[in-house]
Design a protein around this ligand. Structure first.
Ligand code: HXC
Length: 260
């Protein structure tokens, strides 16, 4: 399928890549772009040939935010009755396969929020993250105040969101926002695709369960989360791949997953 504002490819076995591609506006996340993004995510999530999705932008910009020109004249009632921005949550609420975000350049406002929604985040050291909404007379609206605060703590998040000042990819790595940081875009993409390929080599049933239980840690109190994990862990004794994996270990062989 061809899109106007994004590109999709399957660069490695089991890996689907979505590249935000609206260079004239530094990948500003307009409603038409988000509709395409959700459609591509849905297609990869349903595709038997894809186990992991890599989401990236260009060397210069992951995304410079929600489209300011589109929002400028929005009224309260329009925003409210159309549930403006709600469709952005599709990535976190509907997609069951892991998403690796690979950020280079600007990841501002909604772009930073989109990056924070990814399951694993990689970035370049020089990436430019930030929640500058306060400088536009508004606040983060796609989860930034919640996800950034959980990622880096209240004091740092409060400082960033109130001043509108950015933080570098290097800081994102040091603070644990990003799992790993890289010198340049090429190294970043190579590592993101390699990690995606590693994940895609595992059982689809186990990958899905692993993402599900880690995400529960963000919503549940510890005791409930541990119990939830144990229930899902128990349920995997009902999968074929648990038998395949443990038998292969005992026989010193490579497991041949049935994905059942
Ligand atoms: C619409 C945008 C845009 C945006 C950049 N552009 N960001 N258009 N929405 N968020 C457009 C510019 O208008 C310009 O178009 C072109 O992209 C290139 O941008 P320049 O500003 O000329 O580039 P540069 O000087 O390199 O500066 C890069 C920048 C700056 C520092 C990233 O563009 C910038 O500050 N952008 C806005 C960042 C921001 O405030 N994001 C938060 C948005 S609010 P023309 O036509 O002039 O060439 C938000 C709300 C989230 O995200 C809450 C709900 C999700």
């Amino acid at each position: 399928k061809s899109y106007e504002f994004i590109q999709t490819t399957e660069p490695r076995p089991g890996v689907g890549q979505i590249t935000l591609n609206r260079p004239k506006a530094l990948n500003a996340l307009s409603t038409p772009l988000i509709i395409e993004l959700n459609s591509a995510l849905q297609a990869f999530d349903a595709s038997p040939s894809v186990s992991v999705v890599v989401l990236t932008g260009s060397d210069r910009a992951f995304a410079a935010g929600a489209d300011i020109k589109e929002m400028a004249n929005l009224s309260f009632s329009e925003a409210y009755t159309t549930s403006f921005i709600e469709s952005w949550s599709y990535l976190t609420t509907n997609i069951k396969k892991p998403i690796i975000g690979a950020v280079s350049g600007h990841a501002l406002g909604g772009g930073c929020e989109l990056a924070l929604m990814c399951d694993v985040l990689y970035c370049t050291e020089s990436a430019n993250f930030g929640q500058p909404e306060i400088k536009l007379g508004t606040i983060p609206g796609a989860g930034g105040s919640q996800r950034l605060t959980r990622a880096i703590g209240k004091s740092r998040a409060m400082e960033l969101i109130l001043t509108g000042k950015g933080f570098s990819g290097k800081e994102a790595g040091e603070w644990g926002v990003a799992a790993r940081t890289f010198k340049d875009y090429d190294e970043l993409m190579e590592a993101a695709l390699k990690t995606a390929e590693t994940i895609a080599g595992h059982s689809k049933v186990a990958i899905r369960a692993a993402k599900e239980v880690v995400n529960k840690s963000q919503d549940l109190p510890l005791r409930d989360g541990v119990e939830y994990e144990r229930r899902v862990f128990h349920s995997l004794f009902g999968s074929e791949d648990q038998k395949v994996g443990m038998k292969a270990f005992a026989e010193k062989k490579k497991p041949e997953w049935t994905h059942q």
